[in-house]
Design a protein around this ligand. Structure first.
Ligand code: AMP
Ligand code: MG
Length: 426
């Protein structure tokens, strides 16, 4: 039986499950995902990092009135003649305390930043440009100011009716301020995605247990929890599961019942993939891929079902660095898309490689790098020492991921390479 997911992936040009290009795998995943639709209403302060569920349209002009951009004096630009002019001060306008009389020709109003422009005025001269001033009048020298200067027009930030922010956006601090400037107190956001995860492996011990011979502490669950948390998802930790089909099936069903997506680590490499494949065949539709990338070659992707519920499934490799690379370059965007978030392209910087780097064409490599800036502000990058996919300390030492594209070959010292800074990502 050729199922929906298989058809979907096979319809993609260049699809090859045994050596899948990173970009093609990413596209196949993107094509397979249908976003959740549930939303919830939250107070503005709680909306940071949440996904906007509807476009925000300005109900009012921002600013809602013409006002002064400077501390100075407001007057009519038609008073400006060729030579020096004198204007009589007839009152004061402060932010929140308007001057409500019309201003006549030959008159001006002492005005502060943000104050409503008095009627009859369209120009503000900053106080430091005034030639002379006393309590009654000011003098303006010739050619120091143009009519219309230092005026902030109603609606110049946002005109009423304009679409201010688009649905799908991850809300930032400036967005919250912008929404507040429209007088909006609550907004609809997508509900948080629930992501269940667990580690697999008979050799894994949890923190607090004795480390038996031949065992390792489970670190993946901690990295995964942190990555999910940072990305704004509700992370559901289902612990460590032994390499036992019955226990695995039970935990997968349990995960599927409570979550929108399930992530496992371990058990997808060549030796294990066969058992896992049988198990997944019973639970849903999961494709086992060998991605043309390093680290992170084996990966499973699909959908599992239990009790009439289904969940997106990511079977990540077991090696700790491979977990992080496959999470960041596959799962993260997919989960954001599932949550209804418009994925944002990660910033990529061109940095000069301080050393030669070996690179084989035909796979994408994610190498851990340390980026520094020289006195001229040019970015340079060196690789952290060991780049093995089990060497998690390389991720902590690094501050960026050097991305060597599929077709790229050996890099010479002094050649530019692409790097994704960890700041903002991890
Ligand atoms: P696997 O993909 O299950 O063959 O695991 C590959 C390597 O990653 C093995 O050396 C495992 O011991 C290690 N590994 C797997 N899962 C974890 C984990 N949760 N924490 C730390 N190391 C792990
Ligand atoms: Mg294993």
């Amino acid at each position: 039986m050729t199922s929906r997911l298989t058809q979907l992936t096979e319809s993609i040009a260049g699809f090859n499950a045994d050596s899948l290009r990173v970009d093609i795998a990413q596209q196949a995943i993107a094509n397979a995902i249908q976003s959740i639709t549930q939303t919830e209403r939250v107070p503005l302060k709680q909306a940071l990092g949440r996904t906007l569920a509807n476009d925000i349209t300005a109900p009012i002009n921002v600013p809602s009135y013409d006002n002064s951009a400077m501390d100075g004096y407001a007057f009519s630009g038609t008073d400006l003649t060729q030579g020096e002019i004198a204007l009589k001060i007839v009152g004061k306008a402060f932010a929140g305390h308007p001057y409500s009389q019309p201003v006549q020709t030959g008159e001006c109003v002492r005005i502060m930043t943000g104050a409503l422009m008095p009627r009859g005025c369209d120009t503000v001269i900053p106080q430091e440009l005034v030639a002379a001033a006393n309590a009654q009048s000011i003098t303006i020298a010739a050619d120091v100011i143009k009519p219309g200067s230092n005026l902030r027009l109603a609606g110049e930030d946002l005109p009423a009716g304009a679409t201010v922010l688009q649905q799908g956006r991850l809300l930032t601090p400036s967005d919250l301020g912008l929404i507040a400037s429209l007088g909006i107190a609550e907004l609809d956001v997508m509900r948080k995605l629930r992501v269940a995860f667990f580690s697999t492996g008979d050799e894994l011990r949890s923190i607090g247990q004795p480390l038996d011979e031949g065992c390792v502490y489970d670190s993946n669950r901690y990295t995964l929890h942190a990555m999910l948390d940072r990305a704004g998802f509700d992370a559901i930790d289902l612990g460590v599961v032994r390499d036992d089909p019955v226990a695995l099936e039970q935990t997968l069903r349990d995960a599927c019942r409570q979550a929108d997506a399930v992530i496992t680590t371990g058990g997808v490499s060549a030796g294990d993939a066969d058992h896992t494949r049988d198990l997944m065949g019973r639970l849903g539709e999961v494709l086992f891929w060998k991605i043309a990338m390093r680290p992170g070659r084996p990966m499973a992707f699909g959908q599992i079902n239990a009790d009439g519920k289904s969940a997106l499934f990511f079977g990540l490799p077991g090696n700790p660095v491979a977990v992080m690379a496959t999470f960041y370059f596959f799962a993260r965007d997919a989960l954001l898309q599932l949550q209804g978030t418009t994925p944002v392209r990660l910033p990529m910087i061109q940095a000069i490689s301080t050393h030669a780097i070996k690179k084989r064409a035909g796979r994408t490599e994610y190498q851990r790098g340390v980026m520094t800036y020289d006195a001229a502000g040019i970015a340079h990058v060196r690789l952290t020492g060991a780049q093995g996919s089990g060497i998690l300390s390389s991720m902590s030492e690094a501050n960026c991921m050097v991305v060597l594209a599929h077709d790229e070959v050996d890099i010479r010292a002094g050649q530019p390479v692409s790097a994704i800074p960890f700041a903002g990502l991890i």
